[in-house]
Every structure is written in structure tokens, then in C-alpha cells.
Design a protein around this ligand. Structure first.
Ligand SMILES: NC(=O)c1ccc[n+]([C@@H]2O[C@H](COP(=O)([O-])OP(=O)(O)OC[C@H]3O[C@@H](n4cnc5c(N)ncnc54)[C@H](O)[C@@H]3O)[C@@H](O)[C@H]2O)c1
Length: 388
């Protein structure tokens, strides 16, 4: 399989590449040596959910490129995306005598990538970080763009997601689809929800055929055909790279969209993701919703609102709903609380500023609009549209 490269353009000095392919461990070591020619050490943060062989191969490939390696394994849960885990990594970096020129490598899903990136942003005021994502979601989304961080538990006991962090762009990202073979189906689906979301803004970022391509290869994706997965990852990374290049620190005017466009489906999604009893299948044993499942439901609600506002034809909503169903993602859910309650939870979303609710709504042709303070009745009807 050919190796594909997506270039992330920032300011010319901090640009980097995302390599996408199959069985790339040796390429990681070779590229890390090229990026850090004088480094003596490499520090690897490993996701506890990975098969042991993944980190063993990376460690020996780095050793063969004259890196002394140190590793630390972390449990990837939102509760462990914490100050305590950050401290463990920082202490281990100090104890391994990690220097400013030495790279830190995140080998894991989005939680490992975010906390490792934040540790790299703060240790010695910043050391190089290389992201080696191992979930589909972290390949197509979390590893690219430089957002790093942890959650913070406040004194009322609540967990504030991603409240503390830094922008720290990686020097390199390597997405090795061979690593997806051990990923549970439900985690693959979580990544697919973000890929389908990308199809609704891809026209704006140079790939207007992404939706029809995913429809045409849905079976091969579910069968985890390596070449199809690699193309899926590289096309989605290309979109994320273009969004980030246009608005690195999410500072674009809201009407222009910028990085905030990636929140499509997330304002509804974040609200329902916090409800512990919702299940994607209706079976209570499958509760709560995973992030990707909430994003699929949120995207369906956004499509309903877009249809009501005549921004998008109802055929687009039906088409995306059919694709979510083929990918075993939910398009409606039992047990939603009242629309008013969901609306109140949407008001808690961290993207709501100054009490102004902003919804990213899909139009036809892979283009989205940001709509400020949409009519309340339209938002309530959108919530009702995903009630089973
Ligand atoms: N920085 C960003 O721009 C950004 C964007 C999106 C999401 N995120 C963050 O990413 C996190 C979610 O990331 P995620 O969806 O990757 O989930 P995750 O990091 O929680 O990983 C999901 C599960 O998969 C396991 N796993 C990872 N790779 C595996 C593999 N190859 N084989 C078997 N099991 C494997 C993990 O151990 C974990 O149990 C959230 O904390 C979210 O806030 C960050």
C-alpha cells in the first residue's frame, strides 16, 4: 500500500506532515530521527488498551535509530485525563533526564494524545511531540491540529472536559491503519461518525465527493479493508488540515466558521452525551452513549434544523441518516428528557459564549453555515426529531 502524506500548513516554520499507511513503525523511527537529529532520548506514552506488541515494536525501532527510550503506560479514561496523569508523565520525563531537543511520542487514542501533547507543551516550556494515533477518531481528528489538554474536576465534583490545555502542534503525525485491527467495533464507529460529519463540510475544503465515496465503500470500511481505511483517514485528515490551516487557534469570526465548523453536531451531541441512561441500541447495558454516537445523533438534529430553515433539502437528512444506519450508528434514541431540558444542557456547552447559541448547520454540497440564536421552536423540533 502506498504511503500518503498530508501537509499541515501553518506559518512555514511549524508546518508538519501526517503520514498515513500500513505497518509504519520503522517509518516513525526514521522520521523522528530526521526531525530530531541530535536527540539522545525518546519518551513514549503508551495507551493501556493497545496490544503489547505495538509499543514493543516502536521501542525497538527507535533503539535501532540510536534513541534511548523510556515508556509510561496510561489508562485512557476521561477521569484519568487529569492533573494526576499529567504529573505522572512530567515526573517520569524529569526522571528520565529528558532534554529539550528530545521527542515525546504519544502512542494511543485521543486521550493519550491530548494529555501527552499537553505534557510536551509544558515540560521545559515545550519539547517536540509526535502523535501516533491508534483509534480511528484520533487519526481523523484529535491527533491533527495541536489542541492538547486535560479535564478538570471542580469542587462540586463535576468533570470539566478539556478545560485546561495549550495549543502545541506536533512535529509529525503518523497514522498506521494496521493498529486499527485490534480496535473494538464500537470505537471504529465513533471515528466513523466524525468522518460522516466531515462529509457535510468537505465541499468547502476541497473534497466535495467525500459523502458519495464513503457511501460507495461503506462495506469495505466495516470489513476494515486496509487500503480503504487508509484512504478514509487521509481524506479526512486533509479536511481537518485545511480547517486548521485557516484558523489555527479557533479565532475566526463566528460567521466565517473556521475551526468552529468542526462543532457540527456537537452542540446537540455534547448535551445528550452527558445523560448517563441513554443507550445507542435501546439496551440499557449499552448506556451511556459514546461520543461518536452522540455526534451522529447531534448531526441528525442539526440536519433537521437545517431543513426547517430551508438551508438543506430533506433528502440530505435522509441520505445521511441512511448512511449512519448502514454504519450501525444511531439516528434516534429512547429516553431523551424534555426538549426544554436538552436545550438547557445545550446552553452549558463551552462553545456557547455570552448566552448566544451558535449552531453549525449543513447546507447542500458539503458546505455549512453558522446560525446564531436560531428560533427556539426550530431547535426544539430538531431535538424531537431524534427521539425514538
Ligand atoms: N485534540 C483534539 O483536537 C481532539 C479532537 C477530538 C477528540 N479529542 C479527545 O479525544 C478523546 C477521545 O479519543 P478516542 O475516541 O481516541 O478515545 P480514547 O482515547 O478514549 O480511546 C478509546 C479506547 O480505545 C482503546 N484503544 C486505543 N487504541 C486502540 C487499539 N489500536 N486497539 C485496541 N484498543 C485501543 C483505548 O485504550 C480506549 O479504551 C476525548 O478525550 C476527546 O476530548 C481531542
Amino acid at each position: 500500500m502506498t504511503l500518503s502524506r498530508v501537509h499541515v500548513s501553518l506559518d512555514g516554520t511549524r508546518d508538519y506532515e501526517v503520514l498515513v499507511g500500513h505497518s509504519l513503525t520503522d517509518s516513525v523511527a526514521q522520521r523522528v530521527r530526521a526531525i530530531c537529529p541530535t536527540a539522545a532520548r525518546a519518551f513514549i506514552v503508551v495507551d493501556a488498551g493497545l496490544p503489547r506488541a505495538a509499543s514493543d515494536h516502536l521501542t525497538s525501532a527507535l533503539s535501532s535509530r540510536q534513541f534511548a527510550t523510556a515508556t509510561i503506560t496510561i489508562r485512557p479514561s476521561e477521569a484519568d485525563k487529569s492533573l494526576e496523569t499529567l504529573e505522572r508523565i512530567l515526573v517520569a520525563l524529569a526522571e528520565s533526564k529528558h532534554e529539550r531537543r528530545d521527542p515525546v511520542i504519544a502512542l494511543g487514542g485521543g486521550i493519550v494524545g491530548d494529555v501527552t501533547g499537553f505534557a510536551a507543551a509544558t515540560y521545559r516550556r515545550g519539547v517536540p511531540v509526535v502523535q501516533c494515533p491508534t483509534t480511528l477518531l484520533s487519526m481523523v481528528d484529535a491527533s491533527v491540529g495541536g489542541k492538547t489538554g486535560i479535564n478538570l474536576r471542580t469542587s462540586d465534583g463535576s468533570l470539566k472536559k478539556n478545560l485546561v490545555g495549550a495549543f502545541h502542534q506536533p512535529r509529525l503525525v503518523v497514522a498506521d491503519v494496521a493498529l486499527l485491527s485490534s480496535l473494538p467495533d464500537r470505537q471504529i464507529r465513533a471515528g466513523l461518525a466524525e468522518c460522516v460529519k466531515h462529509t457535510l463540510l468537505s465541499g468547502q475544503f476541497g473534497d466535495s465527493s467525500l459523502l458519495s465515496w464513503i457511501e460507495s465503500v461503506a462495506q469495505a470500511i466495516l470489513a476494515r479493508d486496509p487500503a480503504t481505511l487508509a484512504e478514509l483517514v487521509s481524506r479526512n485528515v486533509a479536511i481537518k488540515a485545511r480547517v486548521v490551516a485557516g484558523d489555527e487557534r479557533e479565532e475566526a469570526e463566528s460567521a466565517a466558521g473556521g475551526r468552529a465548523l468542526l462543532n457540527l453536531g456537537h452542540t446537540f451531541g455534547h448535551a445528550i452525551e452527558t445523560l448517563p441512561d441513554l443507550s445507542p441500541t435501546g439496551n440499557p447495558a449499552d448506556a451511556p452513549l459514546h461520543h461518536g454516537e452522540a455526534v451522529a445523533l447531534g448531526t441528525m438534529a442539526a440536519l433537521h434544523a437545517a431543513t426547517s430553515l430551508k438551508l438543506a433539502p430533506s433528502a440530505l437528512r435522509d441520505r445521511v441518516g441512511t448512511l449512519f444506519s448502514r454504519l450501525s450508528l444511531p439516528t434516534n434514541v429512547r429516553g431523551l428528557p424534555s426538549g426544554e431540558r436538552v436545550l438547557e444542557l445545550m446552553g452549558h456547552d463551552k462553545k456557547v459564549q455570552g448566552g448566544v447559541l451558535r449552531l453549525v448547520l449543513p447546507c447542500d454540497g458539503g458546505v455549512c453555515n453558522v446560525v446564531e440564536n436560531p428560533d427556539r421552536a426550530i431547535v426544539l423540533a430538531a431535538i424531537e426529531s431524534i427521539r425514538a
